[in-house]
Design a protein around this ligand. Structure first.
Ligand code: MD3
Ligand code: FE
Length: 203
């Protein structure tokens, strides 16, 4: 199914489909090569969400700021490449959302355990703001907060569940958004966690 969340923002329920087993196997290999870690923000806070990346560059944060970096600071190696299972899901979803020819060069992988949250923020570290961000939710359901172009706009809440994909483009690309603290639970496939993939075109 298909639900319009805002101008340029489309929610595709249960969009992962028959590629799920290959996707999860590839995800496991990425996490083995580049394990989840809790990044520190420039303000000195350790994030409750754990992160890793695949693709040409990965999103990293440390005391000096946020950046997209080709090197994983934990390993000193380049990030694992973006496997075709992930790349093709992102391209298929983007096309369904109205963006043909989406070629992401980064995939940020967020892991939420119960209690983890993502405070309200904008994603504006990418140079190509004309490209959408495609997000894929896996595992436990979460409440996603979708605000406006300024921090003070009231947020709408959406429950995102396993297999849901959202394409964020157009005027929604710079909307404030966040994730409410993850409730405890157990997911049949993913266990006691939520994993979110966000595909980005950084240049
Ligand atoms: C709306 N991740 O990694 S994905 C992030 O569930 C991030 O882990 C959340 O926000 C998560 O930056 C939400 C959905 C999302 C991603 C990017 C957006 C929504 C967005 C950019 C603009 C507007
Ligand atoms: Fe974000």
């Amino acid at each position: 199914s298909r639900e319009q969340l805002g101008e340029g923002a489309v929610l595709l329920r249960n969009c992962v489909g028959h590629d799920e087993a290959a996707l999860l196997a590839d995800l496991r290999a990425i996490i083995k090569a580049a394990p989840f870690r809790h990044l520190v923000t420039p303000g000195g806070h350790t994030m409750s969400v754990a992160m890793t990346n695949c693709g040409r560059v990965g999103w990293v944060s440390d005391s000096s700021g946020y950046r997209y970096d080709p090197v994983d600071p934990d390993s000193g190696q380049t990030w694992p490449s973006m496997p075709p299972s992930l790349r093709s899901l992102a391209a298929r979803a983007a096309a369904e959302g109205g963006y043909k020819g989406f070629t992401p060069d980064a995939c940020l992988i967020n892991r939420y355990k119960p209690g983890a949250k993502l405070s309200l923020h904008q994603d504006k570290d990418e140079l190509d703001l004309g490209a959408p961000i495609v997000s894929v939710s896996l595992g436990l359901p979460a409440t996603f907060l979708f605000g406006g172009l300024t921090r003070n706009v009231a947020q709408r809440r959406y429950r995102l569940t396993h297999g849901d994909v959202v394409v964020w483009g157009g005027p929604s690309r710079l909307a404030y958004h966040g994730v409410a603290p993850l409730p405890a639970g157990e997911h049949a496939v993913m266990g006691a966690q939520r994993i979110n993939l966000t595909f980005r075109k950084t240049r």
